[in-house]
Design a protein around this ligand. Structure first.
Ligand code: GLY
Ligand code: MN
Ligand code: MN
Length: 446
């Protein structure tokens, strides 16, 4: 019998992509043009390439996953405002690498107004841009900057011939990123799915854990579940850190053996329809917390639970982080790792020896998703319904002489994915336990 398969949520429809393009164009002057290149394949070694991952902004506005495409938006153009350039149809190449949409497929399957194949790009692009004065491109993408230079050179030549067009260049990214920051219900359904796949994968790794296995065995359990449930794989490099490897924040070697008596930290999430899950759990390799491990774990857990509870419209990530810093610092004093008063140890930053990252980031098509964290230099952005963020406090106790032996080299982080709702919040990742008793029960009664 097949192991249980999760029902898939509905995909975003071509209509929705069209509404997003219309909303973006609604923010631009009538003489604007937007150019957004998709991603290209990257060589891994010689003839083999990394798996293709579409550029998130391009995907958000088109739903197209082919390499080497370019989106052109032309507000007010009578023959169609949304144009895509795509890979040339090529029967010989397609026999090796699969079917290409072609211009016809882009229009038929993705609802773009007009499409051309890349062979026509140079000629058609300058015709499309004729009379467009303000060019909007993503400034965070080297390819689009190169394209902007090419358009600029063409405009200079045009100016000499008296047919000047583009004269102003603008960054389109902030406009798209402000839209991506607030997720629609359909996006949240996809993110809930990515989160649930990720949660199942973490449960699977907890059940599989045993001394004598390698960190990579747990990575294999996680990534098997991601793909089995229809995800494209990990949304970022899976971290499995046993013992003091948990203190290395971006530990991705996953090559060490797991030892009885140690904790293991797993930070891993599935990508589904390009949306990221992002979960961290820390648990005992052999299923039972020692008293010292439990003490530190519960400090992080309380900080994490308080932070999640504070999420609602109007709260700020800055405020949530300050709450976490307070809880963790109080815990460090209770453990004897810091001394004095909580406010003093926060003021002199001594807590940062044990907690040096921030508590949250936006989550979406990118694991560290786009969107401003501040309204201006002094004003943290208030949370709004539809924002999705992580909550991931941790404590990392160095393997150092001045740390009591029972705590040395312990790294603990607990991370959930949370949607802000009108009434407060919804935790997307509650499918994997984080209470001590629940983790122990899952690991014992596999
Ligand atoms: N896994 C990356 C992060 O938690 O931010
Ligand atoms: Mn993470
Ligand atoms: Mn994270």
């Amino acid at each position: 019998m097949l192991p249980d398969l999760m029902p898939r949520p509905a995909a975003i429809t071509p209509d929705t992509y069209a509404q997003r393009r219309a909303a973006l164009m609604g923010k631009l002057p009538a003489n604007a043009a937007v150019l957004i290149p998709g991603a290209s394949l990257a060589t891994r070694s010689r003839d083999s390439e990394y798996p293709f991952r579409q550029n998130s902004d391009f995907y958000y506005l088109t739903g197209i996953v082919e390499p080497d495409a370019l989106l052109v938006l032309l507000p007010g153009r009578a023959q169609g405002q949304s144009v895509v350039f795509c890979q040339d149809r090529d029967p010989t190449l397609e026999a090796w690498t699969g079917r290409r949409l072609g211009a016809e497929g882009v229009v038929r399957e993705h609802g773009l107004d007009e499409a051309f194949e890349n062979a026509e790009r140079d000629d058609q692009l300058s015709a499309l841009l004729a009379g467009r004065e303000q060019l909007y491109v993503p400034f965070d993408d080297p390819e689009s900057l190169a394209l902007a230079e090419q358009v600029y050179a063409g405009a200079q030549a045009g100016r000499r011939r008296g047919t000047a067009s583009v004269s102003g260049f603008h960054d389109v990214s902030p406009l798209i990123h402000a839209m991506r920051l607030i997720k629609t219900d359909a996006e949240i359904a996809l993110m809930r799915h990515a989160a649930e796949i990720s949660a199942r994968a973490h449960c699977r790794a907890m059940r599989a854990s045993a001394p004598g296995l390698g960190e990579y065995h747990l990575q294999a359990e996680l990534e098997h579940e991601f793909v089995w449930q229809g995800g494209s794989g990990p949304a970022y490099s899976t971290i499995v850190g046993g013992g003091s490897n948990a203190c290395v924040l971006h530990y991705v070697e996953n090559s060490a053996p797991l030892h009885s008596g140690e904790l293991v930290l797993i930070d891993a999430g599935a990508e589904f329809d390009l949306y990221a899950g992002d979960i961290t759990r820390t648990f005992p390799v052999s299923g039972t917390f020692s008293p010292a491990q439990r003490q530190v774990y519960e400090i992080v857990l309380i900080a994490q639970e308080n932070a999640v509870a504070a999420i609602k419209p109007g709260a700020t990530l800055n405020g949530i982080h300050q709450g976490v810093v307070h809880d963790l610092t109080a815990g460090l004093i209770a453990l004897g790792l810091l001394s004095g008063e909580v406010e003093e140890r926060i003021a002199d930053n001594s807590y940062r020896r044990f907690y040096l990252h921030s508590t949250s980031h936006w989550l979406g098509l990118d694991v560290h998703d786009v969107g401003d964290y501040r309204l201006d230099a002094d004003t943290p952005r208030p949370l709004e319904a539809g924002m999705v963020l992580t909550v991931e406090p941790g404590l990392y106790l160095p393997d150092a002489e001045d740390i009591p032996e029972a705590y040395r080299g312990m790294g603990i982080r607990i991370e959930d994915d949370v949607v802000v709702t009108a009434g407060g919040h919804e935790v997307l990742t509650s499918g994997v336990p984080k209470q001590v008793a629940d983790i122990e029960a899952l690991m014992v009664n596999k």
